[in-house]
Design a binder for this molecule. Structure first.
Ligand SMILES: NC(=O)c1ccc[n+]([C@@H]2O[C@H](COP(=O)([O-])OP(=O)(O)OC[C@H]3O[C@@H](n4cnc5c(N)ncnc54)[C@H](OP(=O)(O)O)[C@@H]3O)[C@@H](O)[C@H]2O)c1
Length: 277
């Protein structure tokens, strides 16, 4: 039976680079909202000889995510699900960040859980931003109510308490949302294990993709101060996150589950641990 990798955000910087890796061994299904960008990514990958499908999906819509999962299952056996779809504070307001990053992760994880083939891997994309604030125990109390009515509203209450500055609120929403991505991936490790599958998250640092390019263009000072914190003294390359993802989906990574892989060029350690000269 044909093996399938589903890549949400498959038209984005990381998603497309990941498709170039996983497409060597499996057919790939690219999902995102903008159809033109999906078709352009499909064309590019088909030119490499890959088998590529697209499925227009807004990840904050549960029915569309379920339709994506059913479509992927109709094509073959789902070996990998790589959920990179996400939005950042550079161009997205706080409420949309919560809806897309939090609900998207819930919907993708839950829709693909019953369909992932034995030996399969699901990777949710979090962020180095999740490590920039000490998580409050109250966050986890709210995260634990992920399947209760009013869950999103309770997350929004944290934002309301954080003041009126829209930029600060969006940054805080991003941290809250990405910490949730890590939490929810870890919350699922036992049930995925019972299916002989793995689930984990990846927290990228700053990688040169369209998302990060917007930050460099619109907030050069912020970008500059980020670069100062990275011991590697450069931005990450999408091919590096793609190679990491391919490894994490391989049998060599068979014992890696229920963890967050922080791939940030040393930024977090350099920020929080006093360094030797
Ligand atoms: N680049 C970095 O430095 C960096 C750092 C830390 C974490 N990350 C995380 O890594 C992931 C990938 O980022 P990237 O740099 O590859 O970003 P990107 O180049 O902006 O790509 C984002 C992808 O997500 C899709 N997307 C956004 N909203 C969506 C929605 N509602 N439904 C479905 N798809 C949606 C976009 O397509 P459409 O807009 O067409 O839907 C696009 O394909 C994100 O989760 C991001 O938060 C990135």
């Amino acid at each position: 039976m044909k093996m399938i990798s589903v890549i949400t955000g498959g038209s984005g910087g990381m998603g497309k680079a990941i498709a170039r890796e996983l497409g060597k061994d499996t057919a790939v299904v690219l999902a995102a909202r903008n159809e033109q960008k999906l078709l352009a990514a499909q064309k590019e990958l088909k030119e490499l000889g890959y088998e590529v499908y697209t499925f227009q999906t807004d990840i904050q819509n549960e029915k569309q995510v379920q339709d994506l999962a059913s479509y992927a299952a109709s094509l073959g056996s789902i070996k990998n699900v790589i959920h990179t779809s996400g939005v950042s504070p550079t161009d997205t307001d706080a409420d949309s960040i919560l809806r897309i990053n939090v609900l998207g992760t819930l919907y993708v994880t839950n829709a693909f859980y019953p369909l992932l083939a034995e030996g399969g891997t699901l990777i949710n994309f979090a962020s180095v931003a999740a490590y920039t604030m000490e998580p409050d125990s109250k966050w986890y109390e709210v995260y634990d109510s992920w399947n209760e009515e009013g869950f999103l509203g309770r997350l929004q209450e944290f934002l309301a308490a954080s003041g009126d500055d829209p930029f600060f609120r969006a940054g805080f929403a991003y941290v809250l949302s990405k910490r949730f991505v890590i939490y929810y991936s870890q919350k699922n490790v036992l049930r995925f294990g019972k299916k002989k599958c793995r689930i984990l998250s990846v927290s990228p640092g700053s990688y040169l993709t369209p998302m990060h390019q917007k930050l460099i263009d619109n907030q050069p000072d912020t970008a500059e101060s980020q670069l100062d914190l990275i011991p590697a003294a450069r931005w990450g390359h999408p091919y590096e996150i793609a190679a990491l993802t391919a490894f994490l989906c391989s049998s060599g990574a068979g014992f890696i589950s229920g963890v967050d892989i922080l791939a940030d060029g040393g930024q977090t350690a350099n920020t929080f641990i006093e360094q030797l000269e």
